[in-house]
Design a binder for this molecule. Structure first.
Ligand code: ZN
Ligand code: ZN
Length: 361
């Protein structure tokens, strides 16, 4: 039996349940969860703010670092190296490989038949598809990425959603010139990783807007030249602050890493002819001036999730830049499995950057 924190009703405390691991299908893999981090999306699903259909009861958590326990048959990682019990891994969603998006579009992140984790019924085979459990099942065909020795399981887990999406976003954005100023909207995990990547890609200056102060302090650690606390400065003041620093033009690149409510502000702030990258999801509608895209001659880029090579890039960045960026500052709180409710509440209250759950502690 595997203990799992299960969401049985939206907004209600989680139940810790015993769940029997599934019988392995050919190529299937069962892993022991070493660390599971939570993402803002986990909070939104728990709040019932994202409609994924009838998913209750489900095990939350789609950022999971785990240790291979058992594989039915042979299975290799994305570099072709055979996997064996004891290997420490993160695993991408399983894409179907034969739909329009997987084949013609070459964007399997849009696959409608994907097996995604942390939002799948726990009373239907294969039961264990969320990180907040002692074990996690990974179906045949899901790409497996080994975790470098230098990267802790807690940080590796955060690469399985937040950071891989940031890597995917910057890939779609293209290069950043050494004379380009970059504004990051948001100081949550997405914004903090984006701050580090913008710095690493050679931005002239990186500005990070967000809250609370503790997160903005981490933004400084991640290479932000200037920070702005939205709890202290209103939208007009933020605009003046940015125009002041950019000769009245606005930043060359804006990366929106918070909810959709920041899109309007970001489009207003980006300079004419600039680029706008939208990474942060969110709900609700926005009113945007109809001609802003044409009048400003903007390049707009959106990104959803990521593919195996983005997971790989995120882990590689954590390993190779560990002496430049103090990534451990991301891990702000640790929880046992029976404290998953508290972890979700702390995340919802912006008290954490990344809460990590150790289900086997
Ligand atoms: Zn996520
Ligand atoms: Zn597909």
């Amino acid at each position: 039996m595997s203990q799992a924190a299960v969401i049985t009703a939206y907004n209600e405390p989680l139940e810790v349940r015993d769940i029997a691991p599934p019988k392995l299908e050919k190529g299937g893999m069962i892993c022991r969860v070493d660390a599971a981090t939570l993402c803002a999306t986990d909070v939104k699903i728990w709040h019932g703010a994202i409609d994924y259909g009838p998913i209750l009861p489900y095990i939350p958590g789609h950022e999971t670092a785990s240790i291979v326990e058992e594989i039915d048959g042979e299975r290799s990682d994305i570099l072709g190296e055979p996997l064996k019990p004891g290997d420490r891994v993160i695993v991408a969603y399983r894409f179907c490989g034969h739909c329009f998006h997987c084949t013609i579009g070459q964007q399997p992140n849009l696959c409608p038949n994907a097996t995604r984790y942390g939002r799948v019924r726990a009373d239907v085979h294969p039961y264990l598809l969320g990180g907040c459990a002692q074990q996690h099942y990974f179906p045949e065909g899901a790409d497996v990425i080994r975790i470098p020795d230098e990267v802790s399981s807690a940080l590796a887990a955060s690469a399985a959603c937040a950071f891989r999406t940031v890597m995917h976003g910057f890939e779609r954005l293209g290069g950043i010139g050494s004379s380009e100023d970059v504004l990051i909207q948001g100081s949550g995990p997405l914004g903090l990783f984006a701050t580090a990547v913008a710095r690493d890609r050679g931005a002239r200056r990186v500005f990070t807007i967000g809250a609370p102060a503790a997160r903005l302090k981490v933004a400084k650690d991640m290479g932000a030249d200037e920070i702005c606390n939205i709890e202290e400065f209103n939208r007009q003041q933020r605009k003046e602050w940015l125009l002041d620093m950019t000769s009245g033009r606005g930043p060359d690149v804006v990366v929106q890493c918070v909810g959709a409510e920041a899109v309007g502000e970001g489009l207003d702030l980006v300079r004419r002819g600039g680029r706008f990258l939208s990474i942060g999801a969110g709900s609700g509608d926005q009113t945007i001036p109809g001609a802003i895209f044409t009048n400003k001659n903007l390049t707009l880029v959106g990104v959803l999730s990521g593919m195996a090579h983005h997971f790989y890039q995120a882990l590689d960045f954590l390993a190779t830049r560990k002496n430049t960026f103090p990534f451990d500052n991301f891990i702000t709180g640790t929880y046992r499995l029976d404290q998953t409710t508290e972890a979700l509440e702390a995340m919802a209250a912006y008290k954490e950057v990344k809460p990590v759950i150790y289900p086997n502690a």
